[in-house]
Design a binder for this molecule. Structure first.
Ligand SMILES: [Fe+2]
Length: 307
């Protein structure tokens, strides 16, 4: 990176600043075939990289050609013995790329906690850029982990190859912001993403004669810090077929949810405790690399490390 570029990363706001911070992104128009989507999904809008973000991606695309595609995976002792995140150690990042990496980490940590869903587009345009972005996410995860201490753990978790439908859920990991980017979405447009605000979830619970203690437990799961992993418990409360409220709740959730197909280079960023996400079944062969995700906390959500 030239010294001029380094200065730019350090100082330039590079897009009109709204009253809240969009981190490394700036507002843009909805894709032509999805006009009005931001308005229909309350408090949501489309964004793409700022100029600095796009320049950074170009540098990492170049680097990805040199380092290959396999990324190390990391287990986090005390959380799981399974690989929980891809990572890229700092020593693997050339010195000239470090200011840009720090800029991105600072922008992600400075991002306002989104009320709605931040809809992402044009995050990459070519396969090479897609690989560059994957490498960049692995490196920024490591940078965020270093800056935040051990807990909460930012993650870039491996994804599965499953094509089955996945009901609306919250991941309930310790980090609360979820950024999903689609790399190889099914070209028959199956496997649409599902989104539902927790405000709508509460209305659905209200209309489905769910007992008050169950509603309270759902709320308590969604308030979880991630220290105790409550993902399965939340799924059970919402979907166990022997729940007397099961059928009614299922149809309420189906009626209220928002189904959406994201194209390559598109995705979303949301607060995992304010929005549920899921997907419909995928009808074609699928790769575990069809999307990737970064799970992290901004400055507001970072709790003091217990380590
Ligand atoms: Fe999920």
């Amino acid at each position: 990176m030239s010294s001029a570029t380094t200065r730019e990363f350090a100082t330039s706001p590079d897009c009109v600043k709204p009253t809240f911070s969009l981190g490394p992104f700036c507002r843009t128009d909805a894709p032509h075939d999805r006009r009005g989507t931001g308005r229909r999904l309350r408090d949501s809008h489309w964004v793409t990289w700022t100029t600095n973000g796009r320049d950074l991606l170009a540098e990492w695309t170049e680097l990805s050609r040199a380092v290959g595609h396999e990324l190390p995976v990391l287990c986090v002792r005390g959380i799981t013995d399974e690989p929980i995140t891809y990572t890229l150690p700092e020593r693997a990042v050339p010195r000239r790329l470090r200011p840009g990496l720090k800029w991105l980490a600072a922008r992600l940590r400075g991002l306002s906690t989104p009320k709605g869903v931040i809809l992402l587009r044009d995050l990459f345009r070519t396969d090479a850029e897609g690989r560059g972005l994957r490498l960049l996410f692995a490196a920024v995860r490591q940078q965020l982990a270093r800056e935040a201490g051990r807990a909460p753990m930012p993650m870039f978790p491996p994804t599965s190859r499953s094509t089955l439908a996945f009901e609306l859920h919250a991941d309930l990991w310790a980090p609360e912001l979820l950024l999903n980017v689609y790399v190889r979405p099914a070209q028959d447009r199956s496997g649409q993403s599902l989104l539902l605000s927790v405000v709508e979830l509460k209305l659905a619970l209200e209309r489905s004669a769910v007992p008050i203690e169950v509603k309270r437990e759902v709320q308590s799961c969604l308030a979880s810090s991630g220290a105790e992993f409550r993902f399965e418990r939340l799924r059970q409360l919402l979907y166990a077929p022997d729940n007397p409220w099961h059928r009614r709740l299922e149809s309420e959730l189906r009626r209220r949810r928002w189904a959406f197909w994201f194209d390559r280079g598109e995705g979303y960023l949301l607060h995992d405790r304010r929005w549920l996400h899921g997907r419909e079944a995928i009808r074609v062969r699928s790769s575990s690399r069809r999307f990737f995700r970064l799970v992290f906390n901004n400055r507001d959500l970072t709790k003091p490390s217990s380590a």
